[in-house]
Design a binder for this molecule. Sequence first.
Ligand SMILES: [Zn+2]
Length: 455
Amino acid sequence: MKILVLGFDGASPQLIDDWIDELPVFRKFKKEGVFGHTIPPIPAQTPVAWATFMTGKNPGNHGVFSFFMREKGSYERKIVGPETLKSKTIWHLLNEAGRKVATINVPMSDEEEGGLVVPGFLSRSEGIPSSNFRARIERKFKTDRIQGDLEIDTLERVEADPDSFFEKINEITDKMTEICLYLLQEEEWDFFMPVYMGLDRIQHFFWRHVDPTHPRHEENKYGKAVKNFYAKVDRIVDDFLGLVDEDTMVMVLSDHGFCPVHTEVVLNDYLEHQGFSTTRSERVDVVRSKAISYGYGDIWLNVKGRESKGVIGPGEEYERTRNEIIEYLRTITIDGQKPFKDIRKREELWWGSYLSDAPDLTAIFNIGYQAARRPEVTGKNSLKRYVNNNPRWSGGHDGTHDPTDVPGILGLLGPGIPNRSGVEVPLWDVAPTILDLMRIPVPVDMDGRPLKLTE
Ligand SMILES: [Zn+2]
């Protein structure tokens, strides 16, 4: 069996449900195939979630815990990339089984995986086709890149010029589709997978226009533009469906969905307030602090013997400090509301060989709240101390939300696929399901299990 996986970063099952009457292809998945939710890992952040998909494992077994992690043995904050991923991926397993793999713009993927690869978001060679077919793309499309994501400067000008933002995202999405449809027909493949980043970028900025529960909800042409983009996604899936034969299984997949965000919380300000950290020139003094947040909701302790200038003892003092932080954060309210659903210890969230790379604590935010974007800089001397009530993004998933509050989508259509709507599948079950459908043994060290597709 051949498998085509169409990845749409951030595609939201709620919005697809809301607009299902105008999305004929998603309706087809619901009526004739399997359709439902994927439950992302904690945290439901793009690199962590795609790494979980690729490996069939929880973060404790693949080593990617956040967008930003503390470099081992140092106090530096480091953005993750394909090199952070410690586990074998589904591409390696498919290649080993002699299947031909083509992946285009999958976040956290890299050229080394073999096959036809266009590395995706967070890879240093994002968008650049691997050498084995770069020349063919250049000749045919007069470009050396398959752009899957917007340039930084377009993302920085979204508020100033939303119309150009939508124009640009539509343009690169169409171009990427044109190239992918060409490759689908021209190349030999057993497993083909592009990932589109558009919905994620759009929803971060424009979620409030499509979610009536958002306190700053505003109905205008931008809500319509989001809806139009879902209609485009529906047509893209249709274009692919029209080109595959009856023996091909088609999957639609997202790494997470979205929830409204109205308030950002500066965790480091709270940690400082209670004496867990100190600051210097409006930045957390990481060396002298007991605890710091580096990413979106993660808290790292400064432990003697583990960090080079650790201040809290391992063992009893480490445990006590974690418990004190948990108890303190649980008491916090903002305008009478609790921003945190819970604060969890790492061993409560993950398991596996790389657990020691994980943050010591993770704050799980209630819907509406998320961690501040620049957590290492406190808001001292500015209006943004502790909270920001007017964040740039009105939709979120990554900082850090309960995975069941931000589910992604999973759809399956193809030979022998039963009709089952409303499924709820952990994201780490998807890779084993693909292997199982392709009659490739599922490695015992995967955390996921194949979805049972027969009664
Ligand atoms: Zn994502």
